[in-house]
Design a protein around this ligand. Structure first.
Ligand SMILES: [Zn+2]
Length: 808
């Protein structure tokens, strides 16, 4: 028997075999093989069970003779006899699960939809990047068979080591929508950048093979690798019978079906696009464009979630934070000996964190009824720390604990405020149990960040990945098709939330503050005499709120000034979660305003940001108002760029998500025209994918002249630059040159349209302060003075608390 130690780097399965890549301390990677027979449970009438067993025998899929065993039902908290089936062909499980879905209701089946590799890791108590000790034997054909496997590290560790990993980046020079052969593939390592022509597929693969051999990367970080690059590479390799170096694994039988079509699905009215998936075997392929967690929390965020959920890294990269959360809950449920319920949504699309969150936040809002937005001075913002998850932990809220059957009729048990639902007194809920650990982890990282941890970037990513998971936890709780979801438990959380926010408001008022704005888990308060607020005062207040609500209350900051822009739909109401202000230390905070929005062009966002920076140098509104002409000058400097065209057209690009399949568009919205134009170029944009275009002439009668997609522009550029491109290919600023100078004239764009956007961005942040109300006049053709400064203008509108409105 031989022994090997190292980190569990990659894990996947093929048929009943589990493959594990272990990276030793010296950096060596070794492949091991194990066998795994997952266990599922069934409960049905004897006739149906007989049929089921017969079917499994026919498929030769049972490793043992089925036996009855006692297990506990999750919702009912009742022990029942179930048939235990040990499956010898785990590869059949997805198919079986699919078939069973159609028979749903005729019998109950448990544990059949747990990912095979995760099931294996649960059984062995190991997890991705665990430090592992393996006892193994080498077979005649040089395969390392695992005899014993054990983790030497703990899954709950907070400050774990990550082995050193080598990475390579793969991306395309131009938009991924151009025909692949007309693009250039860039491969970037820490030492070198390769520009590989794509015209000849065979040469391309040979070039890449060479690079992979030389650098032997652990991680392939791509942009559009799942959607475009790898499908093309694998297809070309298959057609030409070429071997590739992309996978490290050359022994196991891996079959890939080549797929370029992604899936689009509708979640609560938003269309989401997900590209197909191209994991590698023995390396990590992470497509930054196809990974929510990567976008929000980078690689370390993926590692953090992958470890605690036992989802392999490449699966985690492509999954939602909700899926990771579900697996953490499964882990808890298995330890509690529950029959893990079947996930009805398994065959539906996956939901991303935000959509579930936005579906129904159900939080309490109180806000002042002020026209034209409003501006305040000396305001403090207090936030309940991780309010919803903390409520779930503190009040034991979980789908099985709300209105549980085991406590029916029992006196003196906790009820949900205003709803009166029972909360189980006999069981610790699995959602509350799972979240308790996640909340604890996040608090630990937040504490490290506060204490200036040397690796603050990593800490921030870990913290942020957990934040997203906690955000999802609330949505999943109420989502009836989630594995652990029930509407009443979701309602219970919001009911507690409202109660706590009202308590916070009452305590603040007792302490001589007015609540000027409140939403879900934060309140904005001002002293009744509007005088400056000190941190010491707030600490006292927070402790009192915490005492009464059992949820930690934190000081987000004290603002010198804070402004709530008016709603663009209804100018009388500020939007609940849109505000900006400057803390007393000069730091800016903004939510929901244009400079933070990706669907506005860069130039407009920059302009607003510039104006905000200017505003942040002042401590009072009065000071700002006295120098109003300066901010107007900033506005004009950007307007000047738009008028003269002295700009880079790329800064005018608008990015939008498409909401339909190309055929389904009927109205001539910008995205319709852009999508149809791409169709003409032979590019099919699926619903939920992003498109980028500039507005050329919005009012034009000819639809084709209204908007121009980036792809169309790049194509034009190609034509005009074909002759000269050669000499320049080494220049670093190649993109800029092509876009602005080489055409000898700037790309045409709709000046009026962009100038209007500029006005909008100015108005949003300045209307509560300005001495004039007609912002449109700033870009009017008649250039008379648009405003006159009124002396002693009453900018600080008084907020009358009786004026506040409550929206439940
Ligand atoms: Zn109970």
């Amino acid at each position: 028997m031989e022994i090997y130690k190292g980190y569990l780097f990659d894990i996947y399965h093929s048929e009943q075999k589990i493959y594990l890549w272990i990276k030793s301390d010296s950096g060596e990677l070794k492949l091991f093989v194990d066998e795994y027979f997952p266990i599922i449970y069934a409960n049905a009438s004897p006739t149906i069970l007989k049929k089921l067993v017969k079917r499994f025998y026919e498929l030769d899929a049972l490793a043992e003779i089925p036996t009855f065993t006692e297990k506990r039902l999750f919702y009912q908290n009742k022990t029942i006899p179930v048939l235990k089936l040990v499956i010898s062909k785990p590869q059949l499980l997805p198919k079986i699960t699919n078939k069973l879905f159609n028979l749903y209701g005729k019998y109950d089946i448990y544990h059949s939809d747990i990912e095979i590799t995760t099931g294996y890791m649960v059984e062995k108590n190991i997890y991705p990047l665990a430090y592992i000790r393996i006892e193994y034997e080498v077979s005649k054909n040089q395969i390392n068979h695992i005899k014993n496997i054990k983790s030497l590290t703990d899954i709950n560790e907070l400050d774990y080591d990550v082995p050193e990993l080598k990475a390579i980046s793969l991306y395309l020079e131009k938009s991924h929508r151009h025909p692949f052969q007309e693009n250039t593939l860039i491969a970037e390592t820490s030492q070198k950048t390769y520009r590989i022509p794509t015209k000849n597929g065979i040469n391309l693969i040979q070039n890449l093979n060479e690079i992979f051999k030389n650098h032997n990367p652990d991680i392939v970080l791509s942009s559009f690798g799942d959607q475009v690059i790898f499908p093309y590479l694998f297809k070309t390799a298959q057609e030409n019978h070429l071997t590739t170096e992309f996978d490290r694994d050359k022994t196991s039988l891996i079959r890939r079906s080549i797929q370029t079509q992604g899936t689009s699905f509708n979640t609560y009215g938003t269309i989401v696009f997900r590209a197909p998936s191209y994991p590698l075997f023995g390396r990590w392929h992470i497509d930054s464009r196809n990974s929510f967690v990567y976008k929000e929390a980078e690689l370390i965020g993926i590692i953090e979630l992958s470890r605690i959920s036992r989802l392999p890294i490449q699966k985690m990269a492509r999954a939602s934070t909700g899926k990771a959360l579900t697996y953490i809950e499964v882990d808890v449920a298995l330890r509690m000996n529950y029959l893990v319920p079947w996930q009805k949504s398994a065959l539906e699309s996956e939901k991303t964190a935000l959509q579930l969150l936005n579906a129904d936040k159900g939080g309490l809002v109180f806000q002042a009824d002020i026209q034209n937005g409003f501006v305040l001075e000396n305001v403090a913002q207090l936030d309940f720390s991780q309010m919803y998850p903390s409520i779930m932990v503190t009040h034991n809220i979980s789908p099985e604990t709300i209105n549980c059957l085991c406590c029916e009729g029992e006196p003196n048990i906790e009820n949900v405020p205003s709803l009166g639902y029972r909360i189980c007194a006999k069981r610790k809920g699995i959602v509350s149990e799972a979240l308790a650990h996640i909340v604890q982890r996040r608090n630990h990282y937040k504490e490290q960040k506060k204490n200036n941890h040397p690796n603050s970037m990593n800490i921030q990513s870990k913290q942020s990945s957990l934040k997203w998971m906690l955000v999802t936890s609330f949505g999943y709780l109420g989502y009836r098709n989630a594995k652990f979801g029930k509407l009443e438990s979701h309602e219970a959380v919001t009911a507690f939330g409202r109660e706590k926010l009202i308590t916070a408001k009452e305590v603040s008022e007792e302490y001589n503050y007015n609540v000027v704005h409140g939403i879900t888990d934060s309140i904005f308060i001002q002293k009744k005499d509007k005088s400056p607020i000190s941190r010491e005062d707030l600490t006292m207040l927070c402790l009192e709120i915490e005492k009464r609500t059992k949820i930690k209350m934190e000081i987000e900051g004290i603002y010198s000034w804070l402004c709530f822009p008016p709603s663009t739909q209804d100018e009388k109401l500020p939007v609940a979660n849109r505000y900006m202000g400057c803390f007393i230390n000069g730091q800016f905070k903004g939510r929901g305003i244009i400079t933070r929005r990706k669907d506005f062009p860069k130039l407009i966002r920059e302009a607003q940001n510039h104006m905000i920076q200017w505003m942040c140098q002042f401590k009072t509104i009065k000071e700002m108002q006295l120098k109003e002409n300066e901010i107007i000058d900033i506005f004009y400097s950007y307007d000047q760029k738009l008028v003269t065209g002295n700009l880079n057209w790329k800064d005018l690009i608008i990015q939008k998500s498409t909401s339909k399949e190309p055929e389904d568009y009927t109205v001539d919205a910008p995205s319709t025209i852009a999508v149809k134009d791409l169709m003409d170029m032979g590019v099919r944009v699926q619903a939920g994918e992003k498109i980028k275009y500039i507005v050329v002439n919005q009012k034009s009668d000819k639809k084709g002249e209204r908007y121009l997609t980036v792809e169309r522009m790049e194509k034009k550029d190609n034509k005009t630059n074909n002759t000269s491109l050669h000499e320049r290919s080494n220049s670093a600023s190649i993109n800029n040159e092509i876009s602005t100078k080489s055409n000898h004239k700037t790309q045409k764009y709709d000046r009026r349209y962009y100038r209007n956007l500029l006005v909008k961005s100015f108005k949003e942040i300045w209307i509560g302060i300005s001495s004039f109300k007609n912002f449109e006049i700033l870009i009017s053709e008649e250039r008379f003075l648009p405003f006159c400064l009124e002396k002693n203008q009453n900018y600080c509108k008084t907020i009358n608390t009786t004026n506040s409105i409550f929206i439940a």
